[in-house]
Design a protein around this ligand. Structure first.
Ligand code: SPD
Length: 315
């Protein structure tokens, strides 16, 4: 955490200069990582609200000047109050609106509760299991991000802290699995590897769907190519890449890998459940801020440079 605080924050006295350019601005949080070398998006810090070390990672919450409260794990922004909707709504509704009446849903990661909040909108859902490795993330979210952690209040939610859960999940159980992970450095590394996708595939019912965080087309095409190649081997149904805009994530965009198992065909680009302003889904938890059926289909349209790489591999 000292490292993260040194990148910005009110305690930073550093004004290190590289080639005459101020590299670290006191009072700002600058997000640096080998996953996005040579760039750092910065947010002005009003106040650091929490800093702690869990068994797995550094956990920090700060009040930013323009994006509300910000949750940072190991120096990387996970959520800001202002733009979290663009990520949580898309990673949830892209898969769940692609199948009829999802009943059993598993969330892997997602300890802040934002994805649970979105899954809770579905009256067809009977069971929501969430498997999060780090209980500190859950506790910190409950303390500082009530609008995300509200997802834990749904009585259909079963919270499992730890890693073993998925391996023991009975075969063919879930209609949908949502993998809301951090980046593949640190605790989430395994969630980007082939054995993990094999386990996910086993846990899904025929024609079941998975949606997993799949990084940025601007920065991580090599990671995306690896994910697609693994998923093509493992998932015998559809394999598609979609993306959304999240201003506080590196490069301002992030993508999702959507796959279905052998069974009833899933046409991810054309949702079978059309949520609109008057939909029952929206009433109890307030209206959706980002997702709609048009943006669902548009999310699968890729810029040419990415289409050349991804469309040749996806199906
Ligand atoms: N580069 C950061 C990617 C973070 C993705 N996961 C965010 C978790 C939000 N529930």
């Amino acid at each position: 955490m000292e490292e993260a605080a040194a990148r910005g924050g009110e305690n930073s006295g550093s004004d290190a200069a590289v080639d005459g350019v101020s590299a670290i601005i006191p009072g700002w949080f600058s997000e640096m990582s080998p996953m996005w070398p040579g760039e750092a998006h910065s947010l002005k810090v009003e106040k650091i609200l929490y800093q702690g070390y869990s068994e797995y990672q550094d956990v920090m919450v700060f009040q930013s000047a323009t994006y509300g409260k910000v949750l940072v794990l190991d120096g990387v922004i996970q959520v800001t109050e202002r733009d979290e909707c663009a990520y949580q709504e898309m990673i949830t509704h892209l898969p769940l609106c692609s199948i009829q009446n999802p009943k059993k849903v598993l969330v892997i990661g997602g300890g802040d509760g934002g994805v649970l909040r979105e899954v809770s909108r579905y009256s067809s859902v009977e069971q929501i299991d969430i498997c999060e490795i780090d209980k500190m993330v859950v506790e910190v979210s409950k303390q500082f991000f009530p609008n995300l952690a509200i997802g834990f209040e749904d009585p259909r939610v079963n919270l499992l802290i730890g890693v073993a859960f998925l391996k023991n999940a009975p075969e063919g159980t879930y209609d949908a699995i949502i993998v809301d992970s951090s980046d593949p450095i640190g605790p989430a590394q395994e969630l980007f590897k082939k054995p993990f996708f094999e386990t996910v595939c086993m846990a899904l019912r025929p024609g079941g769907v998975v949606c997993t965080q799949a990084e940025s087309i601007w920065l991580h095409m090599h990671i995306i190519e690896d994910i697609i190649s693994n998923c093509r081997q493992i998932f015998k149904g559809s394999v598609k890449y979609a993306w959304t805009t999240v201003p506080t994530y590196p490069s301002g965009v992030i993508g999702f890998m959507l796959c279905s198992t052998a069974g009833p065909f899933v046409d991810f680009q054309h949702p079978v459940h059309l949520i609109d302003e008057n939909d029952d889904l929206n009433k109890s938890m307030g209206p959706l801020k980002f997702y709609n059926p048009e943006i669902h289909s548009a999310a699968f349209c890729l810029p040419s440079f990415a289409k050349r790489v991804i469309s040749s591999k996806a199906r």
